[in-house]
Design a protein around this ligand. Structure first.
Ligand SMILES: C[S@@+](CC[C@H](N)C(=O)[O-])C[C@H]1O[C@@H](n2cnc3c(N)ncnc32)[C@H](O)[C@@H]1O
Length: 544
């Protein structure tokens, strides 16, 4: 992780981020409840008994997003909810909040920001579509069969696929964990996806494979057998590993891994590995939140973070036995996969292909060939680093083996964050109008947000060109994006992307506003009211 990324903290308080979790108004963390005493683990049910569908994970809480959750907390300690005894309270960054040199200059920039956005919007058909509110986030995927095999909160809802009218072959250039592909397969439609993250590609491939009844039987047998293994799989050489897991949790996980690796059937082994990858986060000392990982033993208090002692939070979260806790997670996960396999052993006729490639690479289009629809959600221009957020799974799953490999992976990503190296880019007049309004002194500007955004929209232009090359005339394109704001300046990603698609020869039919960001009163006071309607997540509908 670059140093620059670590340093985001001070005047980014006026940078608003449309992270999927922040937009929903709720973040589902795994922090322990303040009022809940450790609960003994339920006796393990036999495979096929009990229903884990829709069950909330133990200790999982809904936490109202505090204002600062809309800002990157990279490098700051994490938090757990609950009232604990405070030890080693660490002060938050004391860096002074920097703003525009004068409030008058700030007000003038904001007014101009509204004017430019409004003029741009008047060229496009923008409509409110509250019925799509739940279609643009992964909430439904958390419990839906197959989708639930891996928790990927950056994904969209399986239901969004219904927005694509009849189609024969779909392309998802940012396929992530495979929502588009799974839904295509379910309907007997062929699909092709691409992603630069090997973890996402592995998950998507495993979710969309054909499974026979014998696979399910073997899977169940190996799920049980893996728990009896005595040896341990070698731990990855991940620098942070000892901080990320309690020793017993790590040891139990490595025993399970050693057990599942003995399975010789590659199809079944991949399924077991996917279950194992999905329980890593809940068995660790951290959880994904905002723009990265947060420690469960950190508690946010006014003006400071407090460390909750291990003897307090560990038994509260893991119960009496960490080993039992991990085994229970494994068992529950394998059980839900087994249930989904039971209802899906029939072969579906569609062909699903997944490429571990960048969709910005023009050469990939020879492999994608002709499609008649595209449904996708690119990483938003919100500095979310997918490799940082999934670093536990990437290292533990042996998808990366060194920091250098992580760096190389990051550089293949669309340029949505500061860690992706930026090459020189051509400037777009419409984007420059917004960048020009930013305060040169804001930390995000000093750290290079202008270059990042130039790179991001240039990458979207590359994508638009590639899509045009592979889509048949008349093909429908649906793109889910969220807007952001940096240094008090709104970047209307939906309007900019729609303009880019139009310039590439697509007919932009509508920008459907699926939901608006809840802005805290603290943030609201820093934004002129005319900008608030633009803080939103939208579906851009185009036709080739
Ligand atoms: C918002 S997620 C997509 C989630 C997906 N719609 C789902 O429901 O699972 C964006 C994905 O784009 C991937 N990505 C980033 N840069 C890429 C590139 N240049 N080519 C292909 N995929 C890329 C990221 O790894 C991430 O998985």
């Amino acid at each position: 992780m670059s140093k620059a990324y670590d340093q985001v903290s001070d005047d980014d308080l006026i940078d608003l981020f449309i992270g999927k979790a922040a937009l929903s108004g709720l973040v589902r963390g795994f922090g322990p409840s303040p009022n809940r005493s450790p609960v003994a683990l339920a006796p393990r049910a036999k495979a096929g008994q009990g229903n884990v569908m829709g069950k909330r994970e133990r200790g999982q809480e809904d936490i109202d997003v505090p204002p600062a959750s809309l800002t990157p907390l990279r490098g700051m300690p994490g938090e757990v909810s609950g009232s604990f005894e405070v030890k080693n309270a660490a002060p938050l960054s004391k860096a002074p909040h920097r703003a525009f040199k004068t409030s008058r200059a700030m007000a003038a920039a904001s007014t101009r920001n509204v004017e430019i956005a409004t003029a741009m919007q008047s060229q496009l058909c923008v409509c409110e579509a509250p019925e799509l509110r739940d279609a643009v986030n992964f909430d439904e995927g958390r419990t839906a069969p197959i989708h639930r095999w891996f928790r990927y909160r950056e994904g969209f809802s399986p239901a969004i696929f219904d927005m694509l009218c009849a189609t024969r072959r779909v392309f998802d250039p940012f396929c992530g964990c495979g929502t588009t592909l799974i839904e295509a397969k379910r309907r007997g439609i062929s699909a092709i996806g691409a992603d630069v993250n090997p973890l996402a590609v592995f998950v998507a491939k495993t979710k969309t494979r054909n499974y026979a009844a014998k696979h399910r039987r073997e899977f169940e047998a190996w799920a049980e057998q893996s728990m009896q293994c005595f040896s341990e799989w070698p731990a990855p050489k991940m620098p942070l590993l000892p901080k990320l897991f309690q020793p017993e949790a790590l040891s139990e996980l490595l025993r399970l891994r050693a057990g599942l690796e003995e399975c010789e059937d590659r199809t079944v082994r991949d399924l077991l590995l996917l279950c194992w990858l999905n329980i890593l986060e809940s068995s660790s000392n951290v959880f994904k939140e905002g723009n990265g990982l947060k420690y469960r033993n950190k508690k946010r208090q006014p003006g400071q973070y407090a460390t909750v002692p291990d003897e307090v939070w560990v038994p509260r979260y893991f119960g009496n036995s960490i080993r039992n806790f991990v085994q229970q997670r494994w068992h529950d996960q394998c059980l839900s996969v087994s249930k989904d396999l039971e209802s899906r052993t029939k072969r579906e006729p569609s062909k699903i292909e997944i490429l571990e490639r960048s969709c910005l690479d023009a050469a990939i289009m020879d492999e994608v060939r002709t499609c008649d629809a595209s449904l996708f959600s690119p990483p938003y221009a919100n500095r979310f680093d997918y490799f940082e957020a999934f670093k536990i799974e990437l290292w533990m799953g042996n998808f990366v083996g060194s920091s250098e490999e992580m760096r190389q992976l990051r550089n293949r990503s669309i340029r949505n964050n500061l860690t992706v190296q930026t090459r020189k880019v051509r400037q777009r007049a419409d984007l420059e109008d917004f960048l020009h309004l930013m305060d040169d002194e804001a930390s995000s500007v000093r750290m290079g947000i202008r270059e990042t955004l130039r790179g991001y929209f240039e990458d979207i232009s590359l994508l638009a060109g590639n899509l045009r090359a592979v889509l048949k005339p008349g093909a429908r394109v649906l793109c889910v994006v969220g807007n952001s704001a940096y240094a008090g300046v709104l970047i209307p990603t939906d309007l900019l992307c729609a303009t880019i698609f139009r310039d590439a020869g697509f007919e932009v039919q509508a920008i459907k506003v699926a939901r608006h960001l809840h802005i805290s009163s603290q943030q609201r006071s820093k934004m002129v009211s005319g900008l608030q309607p633009y803080m939103r997540e939208s579906v851009i509908a185009c036709q080739r």
